[in-house]
Design a protein around this ligand. Structure first.
Ligand SMILES: [Zn+2]
Length: 159
C-alpha cells in the first residue's frame, strides 16, 4: 500500500466517524464503540517491562482492552490511545498476528484471544493507523482543548 492509499483509507475512516458533540478522547471512543459495536476499556498498564507505548487486548468480538504506558506524557498518551482506537476503527484486530509479552497475559482476568501491538501488525496497518491517529488528534486540537505548547497537526510516526 502506498502512502497515498494509506492516507486515503485513513481519511475515509476519519470522515465516517461522526462524533456526538466536541471531539475528545471520550467522544471518539464512544463513536468507535458504536460504529464497530464493541466496548473499549482504556487503562494504564501496571508493568513497565517492555517498550510499548500502548497495546490492545482483543478479548472477544465485543470487548477490547487498551493499555497505555503510565510514564507517557499527556500528549504521547493521547496519541497512543488514538492510535489504538484507529486500529479498532479500521478493524485491524481481525488481520493482526498478535504478540506475546512475557508475563503480561497473566494479569488478565480472562486470557485475551490476542495481544495487539506494533510487531503484530503489517506495515500498512501501522501506517494507516498512524495517519488516522493524527487526523483524530487534529479534530481534538481544533476544539482548543490542548494547551498551546502541545504540537498540533501531523506528528512524526512512532511505530
Ligand atoms: Zn499500531
Amino acid at each position: 500500500m502506498s502512502y497515498r492509499d494509506a492516507r486515503r483509507a485513513a481519511a475515509r475512516a476519519n470522515k465516517a466517524l461522526i462524533l456526538d458533540g466536541e471531539a475528545s478522547l471520550k467522544s471518539i471512543q464512544k463513536a468507535v464503540e458504536e460504529l464497530r459495536s464493541i466496548t473499549i476499556i482504556v487503562s494504564a498498564m501496571d508493568l513497565e517491562q517492555h517498550d510499548l507505548s500502548a497495546l490492545t487486548a482483543d478479548c472477544d468480538d465485543d470487548l477490547k482492552l487498551i493499555y497505555y504506558a503510565p510514564q507517557l506524557s499527556l500528549w504521547h498518551r493521547q496519541h497512543s490511545i488514538l492510535h489504538e482506537f484507529s486500529h479498532l476503527l479500521l478493524g485491524h484486530e481481525h488481520t493482526a498476528a498478535g504478540i506475546t509479552i512475557g508475563e503480561f497475559s497473566r494479569s488478565f482476568p480472562t486470557e485475551p484471544r490476542k495481544l495487539l501491538a506494533r510487531k503484530g501488525f503489517t506495515d500498512d496497518a501501522e501506517q494507516t493507523a498512524e495517519i488516522l491517529a493524527d487526523l483524530l488528534a487534529d479534530r481534538i486540537s481544533s476544539n482548543g482543548r490542548q494547551s498551546p505548547d502541545e504540537p498540533g497537526g501531523l506528528q512524526e510516526a512512532f511505530g
